[in-house]
Design a binder for this molecule. Structure first.
Ligand code: PRP
Ligand code: URA
Length: 209
């Protein structure tokens, strides 16, 4: 599948195996989501442009490379995307955070928007949308559409588990958006859950079930 990067790093895969386990506690689940987001962030920002700077060490002048003033924003899809924010901002401390509140209507599986708050300079920023689950793709597609309507041009999507159905729908709706995932699972069940997946990510992060 083009435009999709699935991370096969052993640390990510190991943590994901614990995350999927139905016996993993809320505390551990929350920690793992954050840790996986951090590791994925490291890979997903590999293409950030660098510029040379001279730094005086205690010994001599060194020619070093720094991120070339690229402005980033992390945009979690509420609720479950919130679980990935700390890991991301640990790695990119200057990133701003915008929030998009969406939930899936349990009957239609269509995303319903209830919150949208972005940094004022969002159109000048590259955006990484984060949500642990890409199932039908409805939520991520809607989130990206809202951001594009605001004028955001460069958007990436980072999820932990993606379903082939969601990836396909996303690629059709927004072919310009690169997708980063820790796993590409088998299929969706009749309730729109990813199989084998990990269950309801929001409930498992916040302990609401
Ligand atoms: C989950 C998940 C995604 C969405 C994925 O959120 O966190 O946002 O479902 O499904 P989709 O690809 O079919 O749209 P949910 O709607 O359960 O809301 P929550 O995060 O508040 O639990
Ligand atoms: N949302 C979740 O939290 N889990 C799924 O498997 C699908 C959508």
């Amino acid at each position: 599948m083009s435009n999709v990067m699935v991370f096969d790093h052993p640390l990510i895969q190991h943590k994901l195996s614990i995350l999927r386990d139905e016996h993993t506690s809320v505390k551990e689940f929350r920690e793992l989501v954050s840790e996986i987001a951090k590791l994925m962030c490291y890979e997903a920002t590999r293409d950030l442009p660098l510029e040379e700077v001279k730094v005086k060490t205690p010994v001599a002048e060194a020619v070093c490379r720094r991120i070339a003033g690229k402005k980033l924003a992390i945009v979690p899809i509420l609720r479950a995307g919130l679980g990935m924010v700390d890991g991301m901002v640990d790695m990119i401390p200057n990133a701003k955070v915008g929030h998009i509140g969406l939930f899936r209507d349990p009957e239609t599986l269509e995303p319903v928007k209830y919150y949208f708050k972005m940094p004022p300079d969002i159109t000048e920023r590259d955006v990484i949308v984060v949500d642990p689950m890409l199932a039908t793709g409805g939520s991520a597609i809607a989130a990206v559409s809202f951001l594009k309507e605001e004028g955001v041009k460069n958007i990436k999507l980072m999820c932990i588990i993606a379903a082939p159905e969601g990836v396909e729908a996303m690629q059709k709706a927004h072919p310009d958006v690169e997708i980063f995932a820790a796993a590409l699972d088998d299929h969706l069940n009749d309730h729109g859950y990813i199989v084998p997946g990990l269950g309801d990510a929001g409930d498992r992060i916040f302990g609401t079930k």
